[in-house]
Write a protein that binds this ligand. Structure first.
Ligand SMILES: [Zn+2]
Length: 363
């Protein structure tokens, strides 16, 4: 759908990317091996880490249509696959434990739907998305990074508890491989990213997804980067079962994805692709949040007359309360008005502007 469309967008983003890394985090996380996880107290702890320690690649999906679906990983908490074991496999320590979904499989009812490639790549698997307004505390997104519209906060989400985690979003991937309730009851799984990972899978065989969507609160809890793409639903941490990491890394880059190399997994996201509007709304409807300009004022003197130009008061001229002080701090005069002419003997002039700012003359 949009594999090559935006390769040309990369150069301008490269600068921002470098800056982002410098600032403290590329889009990726430090999920694996994060010391905070062990005591995090949630069911979803990635520490156990699946692939790197638990022989994750053995789980794989070699025999199944869905990575993890029959390994006791992703499917363990759903009613779908018969297997309920949570042993072995990539998802043990994985993030899919504890999802607790019951497979409601709710469909319809929503005005908005996110449609996915589905098991047959015909884009007929559509799931309702919901608005959560105001967003709960766990879903407070940071203002868009450098006002990049691809970092605008999502406005609609999948409500995981009303969906069947076993839903096949692509021929080899289930919903609960990309999003789990333990990481947030609402999730963003961008359809174009699902298509991309399926295309990777088509080339390298089974891919175990160690991490997909994370709510902002979950991301913060595990020490993820401030602008981790995992919060935007187009990032996956992957473990290929049959090929070296380097193979998958190259394919990620070739697909226009943003690659971050790790010892234990491949982080790939498609941050350069325009985000899917079903989750993020139209870019034209989005207004970056600009911080209000600060209010400032200073004192100017012309002859014996003082004024206090002020900026940032957007409802007219602010009230100014003047005070003239003698050298020993006695009040010689007070006045309210735009200008002030202090009496002889004044050592210092102060002015209160708008009841907010206090400015003192230098002399
Ligand atoms: Zn990642």
């Amino acid at each position: 759908m949009m594999i090559v469309a935006n390769v040309h967008l990369r150069p301008p983003f490269t600068v921002g990317l470098a800056a982002m890394i410098a600032v403290g985090g590329c889009g990726d996380d430090f999920e694996r091996g994060n010391p905070y996880q062990a005591s995090a107290g949630t069911a979803a702890t990635d520490t156990g880490g699946g692939a790197s320690s638990g022989g994750g690649t053995t789980g794989g999906d070699a025999s199944s249509g869905s990575e993890g679906a029959t390994t006791g990983g992703g499917g363990s908490s759903t009613t779908g696959p018969a297997t309920t074991t949570t042993t072995g496999g990539e998802t043990t320590g994985g993030e899919t434990t504890g999802t607790g979904t019951t497979g409601g499989g709710t469909t319809g009812g929503g005005a908005e739907e996110a449609c996915y490639p589905g098991p047959n790549m015909d884009w007929t698997v559509c799931l309702p998305v919901v608005s959560i307004d105001p967003p709960p505390p766990d879903y407070v997104y940071p203002p868009a990074y450098q006002d990049d519209p691809n970092y605008r906060p999502p406005i609609r989400f999948l409500e995981l508890e009303s969906l069947d985690g076993a839903t096949m979003l692509a021929p080899n991937f289930r919903l609960d491989e990309f999003a789990q309730v333990a990481k947030g009851p609402y999730a963003v799984v961008q359809p174009h990213a699902v298509e991309e990972i399926q295309l990777l899978r088509d080339q390298v065989g089974p891919i175990v997804v160690n991490s997909g969507y994370r709510s902002p609160a979950y991301n913060q809890m595990i020490g993820g980067a401030t602008f981790s793409r995992h919060m935007y639903g187009d990032a996956f941490d992957m473990d290929p079962a049959n090929v070296p990491l380097s193979t998958l890394e190259n394919l990620c880059s070739d697909s226009g994805g943003m690659l971050v190399q790790y010892q234990t997994h491949v982080h790939c996201d498609w941050r350069f692709d325009p985000v899917d509007e079903v989750f993020f709304g139209k870019e034209s409807d989005w207004m970056p949040i600009f911080p209000a300009p600060p209010m400032v004022a200073h004192i100017e003197r012309s002859g014996t007359v003082f004024t206090a130009p002020a900026y940032g008061f957007d409802e007219g001229e602010p009230l100014r309360r003047w005070t003239a002080l003698s050298a020993d701090g006695r009040v010689l005069a007070r006045s309210v008005g735009e200008s002030f002419e202090p009496p002889p003997g004044t050592a210092t002039v102060t002015v209160e502007v708008g009841g907010l700012l206090f400015v003192t003359s230098d002399d």
